[in-house]
Design a protein around this ligand. Structure first.
Ligand code: PAF
Length: 283
């Protein structure tokens, strides 16, 4: 396994691998890897000749009062997991190289970026779309893998790749959960034991709504009320949103179907967690 920090070196290597006809799979991350990332890496490994992982805590996708400075980092552990998952190249650029003085280009995916997390984190998806565009240009992947836990992020990236005719396939992988149902996230590291237990209400709410949907309920407002009751009953949890959206366009839906996305976001203390379920898919 090779670690590369230099942008030009990574890009030159990627271009020469492509010229040799090698298929590159790419998993972009901000590090502090967990089983969710490992599932993307394993899928990428099975699906390519060369597997590239990037680890870069992207400053431009964090708001002013967000957790950029305390975002969890553990490069040694990340490199161990990467090697166990069969990664060939770990790309670890610096912020100074990614955003040199004079940097002034932003990629905006207009409508899909606006609701849900985009409403409470203005500019977040511009930061994601911009860094992912840069990473794609540097790593030259044939296939890029993302987790469906960040459902809106995946929708933004899919739209961007389509709109800008980027020559790669985007694969969305299922949410990986702890045994108790909590969706895996690097930010789970912030939670105390009590907060972790409280956070399980998100999974319970998704499961409850899915049960009602399986029983024939199709009215978003009624399903929303059921979810709000479960999350609202948990002390220390502040609901940010519970919404039913079209799984592709993220347009709001009043009547739900198999392709409807139920997306939730809540805060436990300073920690913001998200979770989701497409009603017709497995939880
Ligand atoms: O999902 C993440 O870890 C990040 O948003 C990504 C896609 C690596 C861009 O910084």
């Amino acid at each position: 396994m090779q670690t590369i920090s230099d942008i030009r070196q990574m890009q030159t290597l990627a271009c020469s691998l492509k010229r040799e006809g090698r298929r590159i799979a790419f998993v972009p991350t901000m590090g502090f890897l967990h089983e969710g990332h490992a599932s993307l890496l394993r899928e990428g490994r099975n699906n390519s000749d060369v597997l590239v992982l990037s680890i870069f805590v992207n400053p431009i996708q964090f708001g002013k009062n967000e957790d950029l400075d305390r975002y969890p980092r553990d490069m040694e552990r990340d490199l161990r997991i990467a090697s166990e998952c069969g990664v060939d190249i770990v790309f670890t650029p610096t912020a100074a190289d990614m955003y040199p003085t004079g940097f002034q280009t932003t990629v905006t995916v207009r409508d899909v970026s606006l609701p849900l997390c985009g409403a409470s984190r203005p500019g977040h998806f511009d930061g994601v779309a911009t860094v992912v565009t840069k990473l794609f240009n540097i790593v030259q992947p044939d296939v890029a893998l993302f987790g469906r836990k960040d459902y809106q992020q995946l929708a933004v990236i899919r739209r961007m790749v389509m709109d800008l005719s980027m020559p790669l396939e985007v694969v969305g992988m299922p949410i990986v959960r702890e045994k108790d149902g909590l969706a895996m996230s690097s930010r789970n590291a912030y939670l105390s034991k009590e907060q972790h237990l409280s956070a399980l209400c998100l999974h319970r709410a998704l499961a409850d709504v899915r049960g009602l949907f399986a029983g024939g309920e199709r009215t978003a407002e009624k399903l929303r009320k059921a979810a709000l009751e479960i999350i609202g009953a948990e002390p220390g949890v502040t609901i940010e949103y519970v919404e039913f959206r079209d799984g592709a366009t993220l347009d709001e839906q009043e009547v739900v179907d198999n392709a409807t996305l139920l997306a939730v976001a809540a805060k436990l203390g300073q920690t913001r967690l998200i979770d989701n379920s497409v009603l017709g898919d497995e939880l």
